[in-house]
Design a protein around this ligand. Structure first.
Ligand SMILES: [Zn+2]
Length: 155
């Protein structure tokens, strides 16, 4: 399965804001695709959380920035996320190829149910990933981020 627009936009904004380097972004992308190949249908935000790529404020900022890129489909009402410079008129819905509504989704409405649900599923995915990693043993990207996190001052 290819990455969703939500995952692509999340990673792209992280890269543009220099939260991750070009190399890290590439590794995270490869890792997420590998997970999907293994039937682990997690999103990029969950992967970031697993590897502790961002601190809390960065993470909150990034999720907000991504939600501003969401455009709702007029046909199926699901969201497609736009990269900088993409216009909803030129991009079809990634789920049904329908037309996207121009303009942002009302952030108040977006935040009410959705984010809570997202947080719950993130925690659930986090749990599943720990089990998965314990079973599969060491893996490269994890070692990579461990190294990176060791350089950070302890909070
Ligand atoms: Zn649609």
């Amino acid at each position: 399965m290819p990455l969703t627009s939500a995952d692509i936009v999340f990673l792209e904004i992280a890269r543009v804001k220099a939260f991750v380097s070009v190399d890290e972004a590439e590794q995270l992308k490869v890792e997420l695709l590998r997970r999907h190949d293994n039937g682990e249908m997690i999103g990029m935000p969950q992967l970031f959380q697993e590897f502790e790529v961002l601190d809390g404020p960065q993470s909150a900022w990034l999720l907000r920035a991504c939600s501003k890129q969401a455009r709702r489909c007029l046909d199926c009402a699901r969201n497609t996320y736009l990269l900088a410079g993409q216009r909803s008129q030129n991009i079809p819905c990634e789920h049904c190829q329908g037309s996207l509504r121009p303009g942002r989704i009302d952030p108040e409405r977006q935040n009410s149910g959705r984010l809570t649900k997202q947080r719950i599923s993130t925690e659930f995915a986090h749990e599943k990933m720990r089990e998965y990693l314990e079973k599969s043993g060491a893996n490269d990207i994890r070692a990579f981020y461990k190294k990176k996190n060791d350089r950070r001052p302890k909070s």
